[in-house]
Design a protein around this ligand. Structure first.
Ligand code: 5GP
Length: 121
């Protein structure tokens, strides 16, 4: 599968510092920041710094180091935000047309802070 990455997408611009964001955590390979239009009391977005359009692109082409860094950073943010364990959260990603992905840079939504309801299509 050949993936085409648009370097002008909004998250690429955030990563270049062209657009401000409210950062929650940052490592060499990962940025976590507050969603501009939150759907829950906690709604953050985790993105790899590399140019991956969606989950399957990231999983197929990122290095093991990037993949481990991304997931460990997300887990640590989940703990820091008080969502780990009993409280709980939802981690979700949208891809492509069917997933109604808006920003073509892989991102994981992490939602919590209220009962989220059943996931429906
Ligand atoms: P998608 O529909 O692609 O899964 O989600 C894109 C998310 O990015 C949406 O929840 C939207 O609110 C968020 N978003 C779009 N533009 C910006 C922005 O400029 N800054 C931040 N922090 N979030 C954004």
């Amino acid at each position: 599968m050949a993936y085409t990455y648009d370097p002008q997408n909004i998250f690429a611009r955030i990563l270049r510092g062209e657009i401000p964001n409210k950062t929650v955590a940052e490592t060499a390979h990962t940025l976590v920041f507050h969603d501009i239009n939150p759907h829950a009391p906690v709604h953050v977005l985790a993105i790899p710094k590399g140019p991956y359009v969606n989950f399957d692109h990231f999983a197929a082409e990122a290095s093991v180091e990037e993949i481990v860094d991304f997931h460990r950073t997300v887990a640590s943010v989940i703990a820091d935000l008080g969502l780990a364990g009993e409280a709980g959260y939802r981690a979700i990603t949208n891809a492509g047309m069917s997933g109604m992905q808006e920003v073509p840079h892989y991102h994981l939504h992490i939602l919590g802070g209220r009962v989220l309801g059943r996931l429906v299509g």
